[in-house]
Design a protein around this ligand. Structure first.
Ligand SMILES: [Zn+2]
Ligand SMILES: [Zn+2]
Length: 192
């Protein structure tokens, strides 16, 4: 297991097919895509699944820094935009890796797996992870350069104090009601 994958697994908390998928995508981006600094790279992830954590771990595109944008289309698609180069690379994880595991997964979710199937499921799962980690880039990934507008930069706004709860919040997210300046939370409690 390579160091990057180990680190990603530590960050994510467990090893799973989704993490392995994200790892292959992030590894590809890291090795094939020019960039200068991590902050210059923005990732637009089209899912909210385990794979996103591998991208955060390997590439430093994180929710906190604002260079990770989640657009949940439920797709294993990641677009990496380099601010330096004004270039974007779209990577779709196309590998059809789950096979019979998908059918068992449905059954498992319904709580209908027999003891034998449970065993089979675990075996399949390890095999799927192995296949993802060892497959060829060209089989697993559909990669193309795309032209997209530069994602908006994370901005820092002044703080205001909510006249209801007294907590400070980012000014741009403020609301007003009954002549008071309110945080979004208090606004919703009052008005909605
Ligand atoms: Zn996971
Ligand atoms: Zn408030």
């Amino acid at each position: 297991m390579d160091d990057d994958f180990k680190k990603a697994a530590e960050f994510h908390g467990h090893i799973c097919p989704g993490l392995a998928m994200g790892y292959r995508v992030a590894k590809y981006a890291k090795e094939h895509y020019p960039r200068s600094q991590d902050e210059e790279l923005v990732c637009i992830a089209e899912n909210k699944s385990c794979s996103v954590d591998a991208v955060q771990s390997l590439l430093g595109c994180t929710a906190g820094k604002g260079n990770l944008i989640l657009v949940d289309n439920g797709k294993q698609v990641f677009t990496f935009y380099s601010r330096d180069q004004d270039k974007a690379l779209r990577i779709y994880f196309q590998g059809d890796v789950f096979g019979r595991m998908d059918a068992l997964r449905q059954k498992m979710a319904a709580g209908k797996l027999t003891a034998e199937e449970k065993k089979e499921f675990q075996g399949l799962r390890s095999q799927v992870i192995e296949n993802i980690l060892t497959g060829k880039d060209e089989d697993l990934l559909a990669v193309k350069e795309v032209d997209i507008p530069a994602p908006e930069k994370a901005r820092i706004y002044p703080s205001l104090q909510c006249q209801e709860c007294g907590e400070r919040f980012m000014e741009i997210l403020g609301r007003t009601a009954e002549g008071k300046v309110l945080c979004k939370d208090c606004f919703e409690k009052k008005v909605c």
